[in-house]
Design a protein around this ligand. Sequence first.
Ligand code: FUL
Length: 516
Amino acid sequence: MMELNRNCKNILYKRLHKLLLGLAFTSITLTCYSQHKNFVVINSAMSEKELVEIAANIVPSPQQLRWQRLELTGFIHFGINTFTGREWGNGKEDPKIFNPKELDARQWVKVCKEACIKQVILTAKHHDGFCLWPTKTTEHSVKNSPWKNGKGDVVKEVADACREMGVGFGVYLSPWDMNNASYGTEAYNDFFINQLTELLTQYGKVDEVWFDGANGEGPNGKKQVYDFERWYAHIRKLQPQAVIAVSGPDVRWVGTETGHGREEEWSVVPMGKKNVSTAGSQTKADEAPAGDMTGQVLGSRDQLKDGDALKWYPAETDVSIRPGWFYHESEDKKVKTPEYLKEIYFNSVGRNGVLLLNIPPDKRGLLSDFDVSALKGWREKLDAIFAVNLLKEAKAIGAVKKIKPLLDDNDATHYLFPMKGNKNTVEMDLNEEKTFNVLLLQENITIGQRVEKFVLEYWGNNQWIKATEGTTIGFKRLLEFPTITASKVRFRIVSSRLKPALSEIGLYFNKESKKG
Ligand code: FUL
């Protein structure tokens, strides 16, 4: 009996222990969760200090983090315009002109993959309303084209190729539709929901849904009031892991289509109030940041008060490898050079953005040799520059000793700079003289984006000399500067919103540098 009692007590204790542990764990999770949000409502009574602290603690959602880590994504503009030679159709095109006789989506994805592009977004429907999948929602689609006798499905071919090659898959579905008769009426929002349902239920996992803000007239001369809220909710239900860009809540348009993002790029921006959109775009886009989204800086200290909320809303930098978004033979000689693409990489990925590089297939349904060789040359350049981190074997010689996490190629580990006295500086001995002209920096954004100003110096002529400097870091910052040879360097964080969590630092040598 005694034995039985003891056993029961043991079981009871164990259960109680488990329960308490469970409760403690829940409360830890809740605390962590409440401290780390990607959206915080603010009010006008808050001081700048409070706002800065809130901004510095805002972090990406898991979807945003996955997306940011991709760094390179690819855009495929392909459709009826490929056959008319236009950039924007008018919705009156005959589906019979769509006939890409050699279409090979595996070639598109393979070329992208070899260029280290991690996700591919296909224009499933552009402004002309022509659908690249055999949709039930309209007759204006591949099903009425001679391609594969109307039995083809470009969306499926791209989705399958992406899955096979381990590349992410996304869809561009233009809200503006110049073909559909219901455009400009409430029925169009239902039609759009049905198109989304098809795209998000028939092709497996979708990682990104891309909405353009363009909002022109439809076939009956009317404009549509887009029901973005409803569309977002639908996407969240069908593909919760997908990010919604750029007229969407997760990813923001950087504000230019040149491929060159802002030097000072904050991923936390004020939202709400004073929405200003570009001409021709829907002015009521709920997700536009406060102020001018094409402005020089968004989210600086004095701009934080300009919204009703602060939000993690990172920048996507979209640009085409050619002057146009669609393929035109006349632009074959105008494909961006590997050197220029490298500049774009530095000024997009290297400025805390994700690059969305458009590579449009031609009338055959293949990426042309011009584009393929430009991408290859680009990749070779980047591989050559980033082959060796010259800091790998460096020894910490200053007040900050913990440099291991900064050199482990892992953006999830970091050193949290105490920022007291000289604990804002990491001083390193390179063991011997090294030649370098590229600086790579990363912050652990799961802690927050915090650095506001930094400087890199080297030891020369018995003094510290500035090599380069900058403002924001964010997920990644790349800076190229005139070539330097030195055996000692120091990296100093001049100002930061809160203790900065630096995750990586690297020095590299670009032997083809144009900076001298
Ligand atoms: C724009 C569109 O009007 C262009 O044709 C292209 O699709 C680009 C990515 O977005 O707003």
